[in-house]
Design a protein. Structure first.
Length: 291
């Protein structure tokens, strides 16, 4: 979907990062996802002289990515989520490879051209399922490359995230793409960078990528997984103390505001002390590291 292009560009930018020139990377010098060879070809097409790709502007990099990769895999005609999965695959491994693997996933002729037949197959398929099978196929391709041992950490984290499968807050292409497919709109976006180039070792001349805006995740309508005891709630005890003078007054006992305030201080001190003791007890009894 063309409406998703800004989000796709932002996520691809997180995966690609800044300038990298790893000696074992066949792509050579790369900045913001644009290799030197691609930049040279772009400048020739524009009638401009060659110049180093290092320092390419975000605007120009995104312009090249849109023309060279997003449009090449017809991301504008793909459903939400699959558009991002294909765009990232194309930037990382070339639009031809991405198109053929999508076609193999769909069971149509793998000619590398996304046309009427491929789009018809996409329309009939479950988008989230196609995304997951495409990402798994992509990982099989990456594992077969001779540079796998060097870049396996970055590539795996880029495609699958920190954990295999799909998680709501993981940072892999598979996670973000499936969320986009299922929500089909503005979604909670993981904010971590997913380096896809030379994670092991990270070149000293690499540049940090632009940070992704933090998006608050709504918990409205979701059950709370951690509920503390009412005995440890200062809010509840405060309410009890506030209504206590009125209740005692109805019973014929005279309780002044000073008495209530003093009682509140005592209760607050007791709760605080109890909380500290519980922390100490929990630390002594703990047998596993916090994940």
């Amino acid at each position: 979907m063309r409406a998703n292009y800004p989000q796709i560009q932002a996520w691809v930018g997180l995966s690609e990062g800044g300038y990298v020139n790893h000696p074992r990377d066949p792509g050579g010098a790369t900045d913001r996802g644009i290799t030197q060879r691609t930049f040279d070809a772009w400048n020739r097409k524009q009638g401009k002289p060659k110049r180093p790709v290092r320092g390419i502007t975000k605007h120009l990099a995104e312009q090249i990515i849109e023309f060279q990769y997003l449009d090449a895999v017809r991301a504008a005609d793909l459903p939400a989520g699959l558009d991002y999965a294909m765009a990232d695959y194309a930037v990382n491994s070339g639009p031809g490879r991405a198109a053929k693997d999508l076609q193999r996933t769909l069971g149509v002729a793998a000619d590398g051209v996304i046309g009427v037949q491929t789009l018809a197959a996409v329309a009939k398929a479950d988008t989230a399922d196609v995304i997951q099978r495409l990402c798994q196929r992509r990982m099989r391709f990456l594992r077969g490359l001779k540079h796998w041992t060097t870049f396996k950490g970055g590539w795996t984290r880029r495609v699958m995230g920190d954990q295999p499968g799909v998680q709501i807050l993981d940072i892999g292409v598979i996670d973000r793409a499936v969320r986009l497919a299922r929500d089909a709109g503005t979604i909670p976006a993981p904010v971590a960078v997913t380096p896809g180039k030379a994670l092991e070792p990270l070149p000293t001349n690499s540049q940090p990528t632009d940070p992704e805006p933090t998006v608050q995740i709504s918990t409205k309508g979701k059950p709370m997984k951690e509920v503390k005891s009412f005995l440890a709630s200062k809010t509840i005890w405060g309410a009890v103390i506030a209504v206590a003078p009125m209740v005692l007054g109805l019973l014929g006992l005279n309780v002044t505001g000073a008495d209530a305030a003093e009682a509140a201080q005592h209760v607050n001190a007791i709760i605080t002390a109890a909380g500290g003791l519980l922390v100490v007890y929990g630390r002594v009894k703990a047998t596993k590291a916090i994940r």
